[in-house]
Design a protein around this ligand. Structure first.
Ligand SMILES: Cc1cc2nc3c(=O)[nH]c(=O)nc-3n(C[C@H](O)[C@H](O)[C@H](O)COP(=O)(O)OP(=O)(O)OC[C@H]3O[C@@H](n4cnc5c(N)ncnc54)[C@H](O)[C@@H]3O)c2cc1C
Length: 397
């Protein structure tokens, strides 16, 4: 057998500390008190109160992984995962706002120069500004290299023209990370070349937030269309080097899908708790549901899925925190956690019987939310491709 296929014990290290537990309790406490009472309303009205977003940001959700010199908490990705998991357990929509905003603050932190970090990262970390990541277009989602937006340099400014689709936080963001083509692809095989990333401030002339896209799940964090008509941004708002756009996007998603995995764990946890609680209180044939072996079997299956999803997500985050190759682990965690969320939501609905499809119960929301996390930041089909590509690479080593 090829030795690269045999795991090393050291690659499975997950170190959870008392600080992680304190963080979990803080976020859980906040979510129970401030979000739970309005979670159904957020879904129903398709709107998160703006002051709630600010409160969550100020709680540290926008600051966890950043260095103290930018106002951050200097904590690890595992901490971020735990915080997102706790938020998603109560309202996946609320967690989405931060998952999406990190897709702007993370690349600025990674590829931004000092000036860009001071101007854009610091207010985002402080929780005063929100970001929106604008890659997807009407004609290109999975195929990032297929985007058609263009940016042309005119002296001191770039002029960006194009349309973006499904942009989370589109309506509420202050800063947008917009991807556009700055030079033609040299060849079909190199179509990923020639893309660049730009920081665009809300209110820039020619920049318009288009229609809100109504979706089945994650209601409250609804995505929007963005229209860019010769939007002029200063030359200095190019992130990284010209032509680095594809790399910046793809690397950002590698890490971002660990955040999405955390959302899957949070939804799975919520479905599990709802199912156990309902099975204990609902009686049928003069017995609580939990007395029936078939119900117990379903709960056991749910426990298996939940713990698998959580451990894989913590594993992926830990690999990243240790500076190890985490790309395959992130894709494995994303597929497992998001598909577990769907499976557990369905099982929780079955245990709830007719009430499982009643909108006054939260379980049907878990199913709707789970559909979107399977899709964004790379569909699960694309994750499977990534896992296979990594395997082929390992075989060549
Ligand atoms: C609620 C929501 C929020 C979003 N937020 C953002 C955001 O903030 N910023 C942003 O830029 N984008 C965002 N997106 C877009 C999201 O990332 C894309 O929808 C996703 O990447 C899929 O792209 P697509 O919709 O164009 O589908 P397509 O790429 O057209 O794919 C359609 C289907 O074909 C499959 N497929 C495509 N290519 C392959 C292949 N090579 N092999 C096998 N199967 C393939 C896909 O898995 C999928 O099942 C959001 C989407 C949603 C639904």
């Amino acid at each position: 057998m090829t030795s690269t296929l045999i795991p090393r014990t050291a690659d499975y290290e997950v170190k959870l500390t008392a600080e992680h537990e304190t963080l979990r309790n803080t976020i859980r406490d906040f979510a129970e008190k401030k979000i739970r009472p309005i979670a159904a309303q957020i879904d129903h009205n398709n709107k998160i109160p703006p002051d709630l977003i600010t409160q969550i940001a100020k709680l540290g959700l926008s600051a966890i992984t950043y260095k103290e010199e930018y106002g951050g908490l200097n904590a690890d990705l595992l901490s971020m995962v735990i915080a997102l998991e706790e938020l998603a357990r109560v309202s996946a929509a609320c967690s989405t706002v931060f998952v999406a905003s990190h897709l702007v603050s993370e690349p600025i932190n990674e590829w931004g120069n000092e000036e860009q970090k001071k101007r854009y990262l610091v207010p985002m970390v402080a929780g005063d500004k929100i970001g929106a990541h604008a890659m997807t277009e009407p004609g290109a989602g999975s195929d990032v290299a297929g985007i058609k937006s263009t940016a042309k340099l005119h002296g001191t400014h770039w002029e960006i023209t194009g349309r973006k689709m499904f942009i989370t936080n589109g309506e509420i963001a202050d800063y947008y990370l917009v991807f556009a083509r700055t030079s033609p692809a040299p060849s079909k095989a190199e179509r990923h070349k020639g893309l660049s990333a730009f920081i665009v401030e809300r209110g820039t002339e020619g920049f318009q937030v288009g229609s809100k896209i109504e979706t089945t799940g994650l209601r409250g964090s609804q995505p929007s269309e963005l229209i860019l008509d010769r939007v002029r941004v200063p030359k200095d708002n190019l992130l990284g080097k010209e032509g680095d756009g594809f790399y910046i996007g793809v690397k950002t998603y590698d890490r971002g899908r660990i955040d999405v995995s955390a959302q899957g764990v949070g939804i799975s946890q919520a479905a599990y708790e709802a199912a156990v609680s309902y099975a204990q209180t609902r009686t049928s044939f003069d017995s609580p549901l939990i007395e029936f072996q078939q119900v117990q079997y379903k709960l056991a299956e749910m426990a298996i899925g939940l713990h698998t999803a959580r451990l894989l997500t913590y594993w992926a985050a830990s690999l990243k925190d240790q500076g190890k190759d985490f790309v395959k682990a992130a894709s494995i965690a994303k597929v497992t956690a998001t598909e577990t969320a769907e499976k557990l939501a369905l099982q929780a609905m079955m245990i709830h019987g007719g009430y499982g499809v009643a909108t006054e119960y939260p379980v049907e929301r878990f199913l709707r939310d789970s559909q979107i996390i399977k899709t964004y930041e790379g569909t699960n089909d694309i994750q499977r491709l990534t896992i296979a590509k990594q395997l082929l690479r390992e075989l060549k080593r």
